[in-house]
Design a protein around this ligand. Sequence first.
Ligand code: ASP
Ligand code: MG
Length: 244
Amino acid sequence: MALIVQKFGGSSVGDAAKIKHVAKRVIETQRAGNQVVVVVSAMGDTTDELIDLAQSVSVDPYSAPREMDMLLTSGERISMALLAIAINAQGAQSRSFTGSQAGIMTSAKHGDARISEVTPVRIQEALDAGDIAIVAGFQGFNKDSKDITTLGRGGSDTTAVALAAALDADVCEIYSDVDGVYTADPRVIPAAHKLDAIDIESMLELAAAGAKILHIRAVEFARRHNVDLRVRSTFSTDPGTIVY
Ligand code: ASP
Ligand code: MG
């Protein structure tokens, strides 16, 4: 039995139909004989909309960084609970967890916290019980301040890789609306082609150059902890790109 971590970005859980589709995919992965941990981002543009809301009640909402993290982490909580509800409705067992419940400990810096330690005891328990574990991405908890933190924009990738490392997962799959890593941006350069595999140093360079495929901290984390990554599409069965 393999342990697979699957991360679904905002465009993959953008509406109810997409959440039901993700639920189906996740259940198929479990029924193929795997243990599955799912990390989700906030639905669609929810994070941007929450920032807009904060800006409509304050000219400088980031002067209350703790409250901004309380606000922004709610986006991922919506996704995690809806996905768990959808999975349960489709006949499998699933439980959702906040970053803090999943044991994601971070530095204290609001808005840009670094993961310091991952103790996924409750995730392991859920897997042992045969459940699909859903984890809210992009968030953690600081032991000293006892406050909720966020990992920086795009930080759900890092949540997924950190959990994969802590659980010694066989692979961490990063799902979005593109079916892998391309030689160039296919929307700009039509001749760009998809790579079946890319080495992690090259992936790191791409991320550093601003390619929005994987969050750079996630790639760094994967390199440091030897996590096998696969970049693939939620909406196709293409095997995507393996990052080795
Ligand atoms: N929802 C957060 C953001 O939009 C985190 C993520 O998507 O990974 O930045
Ligand atoms: Mg997002």
